[in-house]
Design a binder for this molecule. Structure first.
Ligand code: GLU
Length: 280
């Protein structure tokens, strides 16, 4: 009897402990989901674009990351509440449509075709398509010297589409991400990488490519970077636009540029910083 009572007491005590633990645990979701808005947000970025969106271990850097963090904060989400999701060019619309991300900041150009599936806040930056070649190659000097050349770009990107539409005599190799083009450029399998000048400058500034690569020619398209979000979510779009406008007026946009693309020797072109367009 004595033994059994001891066991029963211990069991009751254990139960009390468990309940106490549950009570303590229950406070956690309530606290994080409170009106302060400290709940999670899933943000899509690139993971392999230095100066824009780069993951190194647990650290995320680049201009897109800086804008994303500023906007998230304005929306009530601290940096620790952000879940970063890799968003390769061809997957961005699907990631938004299937709720795998809430917002995308991934060198994502606003286009009418993409607007059929998603909505955009912004633009928050204007870039232009450029060409990255080997430093010792003098045969490519701009988009008019691409005849017969092998170019590398990324599936589902506007620069790949531009080459197919405007330069049909170019041999285009498409990969899933831009970083995959770099080894092919260095070993001579391809002659140039083409995408936004921002992305190319970010790669060229990497220490492992020092003296090996150069950007040539002038930007030959206009790429308006937007914040991708669920199609028709005008309320969210307006909140994001207000945050971008604040980032610019407070000087945080300029500071973010200097810290990221500025460090890659990139100077923002005319029209920057842009004024966000009306949400629809
Ligand atoms: N800004 C262009 C685009 O949205 C090229 C960069 C990218 O692929 O992310 O397609």
């Amino acid at each position: 009897m004595f033994t059994r009572r001891l066991i029963a007491t211990a069991a009751a005590a254990g139960m009390a402990l468990t309940l106490a633990a549950c009570g303590g645990g229950a406070a956690t979701p309530a606290a994080t989901g409170g009106p302060a808005g400290g709940d999670g947000i899933k943000i899509g970025i690139k993971f392999d674009q230095p100066g824009l969106g780069l993951r190194e271990g647990d650290s995320y850097t680049g201009f897109d990351v800086e804008v994303a963090k500023f906007v998230a904060k304005e929306l009530g989400h601290e940096e620790g509440d952000i879940e970063w999701i890799e968003s390769p060019s061809a997957q961005r619309e699907t990631l938004i449509e299937t709720d795998q991300v809430d917002l995308i900041f991934a060198t994502y150009s606003i286009t009418d075709k993409r607007k059929e599936r998603v909505s955009f806040a912004g633009p928050y930056f204007i870039a232009g398509q450029g060409l990255l070649v080997r430093a010792d190659d003098s045969s490519i000097t701009g988009q008019d010297t691409l005849g017969g050349k092998k170019l590398c770009s990324v599936t589902g990107s506007t620069p790949a589409q531009k080459i197919k539409d405007a330069y049909p005599d170019v041999e285009l190799q498409e990969f899933g991400t831009y970083s995959e083009c770099l080894p092919a450029l260095l070993n001579g399998t391809i002659d140039a990488v083409t995408t936004d000048d921002t992305i190319l400058a970010g790669f060229a500034a990497q220490s492992q490519y020092a003296g090996k690569l150069k950007l040539v020619g002038e930007p030959f398209t206009t790429e308006n970077y937007g914040v991708g979000l669920k199609k028709g979510d005008t309320a969210l779009c307006e909140q994001v636009n207000a945050a971008i406008t604040k980032m610019v007026s407070e000087g945080a946009w300029e500071a973010a540029i200097e810290k990221t693309l500025g460090a890659a020797d990139y100077t923002a072109g005319p029209g920057n910083p842009p004024t966000p367009a009306a949400c629809s």
